[in-house]
Design a protein around this ligand. Structure first.
Ligand code: PLP
Length: 350
């Protein structure tokens, strides 16, 4: 079978990184207790506790939609509401799963310039109504990094959590690309989560090099009550849990999670650095994680498609390029060269 040339349409186009694969293989010997009562699951949960330097509750789900939805449902009653950015994955890309799994907790969308929530926006939404007819605000969810690759600083998260505490709200973090944010910030994972006031984190494994799997970390253990039942009811309790947990052991024990993210972020910088300032080419967002969003005239996008490049344009019409743990720098350079060539030709023709 021939392998296709690498594409950067999604960081989910990548395969499984060697560390995750090796751990799966190592877990594949003999029998082990089912439903999470195995040594791989215990080891993975302990690895998270070590990494975050706290005795958090850890659960494993198959994907990010389930992790986010179940975590939010755990924080809410059905009459509560969840404040999120208009660009949040929970709002735009989860098919109503947060509302479904919470039996109706409404998402309250805050407009924001760059996809980041601000304390002022949270306050405005949370205090807009206080009467019985409006769903009671209960949770704020932020995406770290955002869907367009912006990273919240430690101070920004602290400012948000301060407002949350003042208004009686819990703070949830959608960390589908959490590793990429940590790589950018260069901070301790604890600093950008529980030490900054985050109550629950969904830590993405899939976009970090695993086949499948997200971890849900409850820093406030009381909030995790009955979460195991919630996972089971939602079809998210893996019977052969060791294969969902083992890759995490491989990712966490020697720092592959951070190496993978650093590499991916580096490739985004590599592309951005080569195309920024080209005629007709505009970077739509600051490049702070593993994605580059390129605004370009339609003929340029057409030209890139004609040269075989695949990309999505669902965010603001620009081309989205996402880099994974295995992004080949030479292939990144090919993309940059094609963008240069196509934009140059179109600029001449105009
Ligand atoms: C990819 C992603 C998720 C998870 O998506 P699934 O397809 O359900 O695994 C969640 N949040 C963000 C911001 C994402 O990019």
């Amino acid at each position: 079978m021939t392998t296709e040339a690498q594409q950067f349409a999604s960081d989910n186009y990548a395969g499984i990184c060697p560390e995750a694969w090796a751990a799966m293989e190592a877990a594949n010997t003999g029998h082990a207790p089912a439903y999470g009562d195995d040594r791989w699951t215990h080891t993975a949960a302990d690895a998270f506790r070590t990494l975050f330097d706290t005795d958090c509750e850890v659960f494993f789900a198959f994907n990010g939609t389930a992790a986010n939805s179940l975590a939010l449902a755990a924080l809410c009653q059905s009459y509560h509401s969840v404040i999120c950015s208009a660009a949040a994955h929970v709002e735009t890309d989860e098919c109503g799963a947060p509302e479904f799994f919470s039996n109706g907790s409404k998402l309250l969308v805050a407009q924001s310039e760059d996809g980041k929530l601000t304390p002022a926006a949270v306050r405005a939404v949370a205090t807009s109504r206080s009467d019985i007819h409006f769903p009671k605000p209960r949770v704020v969810t932020i995406t770290q990094p955002t869907e367009t690759g912006q990273v919240y600083t430690v101070d920004e998260v602290k400012a948000l959590s301060a407002v949350c505490r003042e208004l009686g709200l819990k703070l949830h973090m959608d960390g589908a690309r959490f590793a990429h944010a940590v790589a950018t910030l260069g901070c301790d994972p604890a600093d950008i989560t529980w030490r900054a006031g985050v109550d629950v984190l969904c830590f993405g494994g899939t976009k970090n090099g695993m086949a499948v799997g997200e971890a849900v970390l409850f820093f406030d253990r009381a909030l995790a009550q009955d979460f195991d039942y919630r996972c089971k009811q939602a079809g998210q309790l893996a019977s052969k849990m060791r294969f969902l947990a083992a890759p995490w052991v491989g990712m966490l024990e020697n720092g592959a999670w951070l190496r993978n993210a650093r590499h991916a972020n580096g490739c985004a910088q590599r592309l951005a650095g080569q195309i920024d300032g080209l005629p007709g080419i505009e970077l739509m967002f600051p490049v702070e994680a593993n994605g580059v969003f390129v605004r370009a005239p339609e003929p340029v996008l057409e030209g890139l498609r004609a040269r075989g490049w695949r990309f999505y344009t669902f965010i603001g019409g620009g081309a989205r390029f996402m880099f994974a743990w295995d992004a080949d720098p030479a292939r990144v350079d090919e993309l940059a060269a094609d963008i240069r060539a196509v934009s140059g030709t179109t600029a001449l023709a105009a």
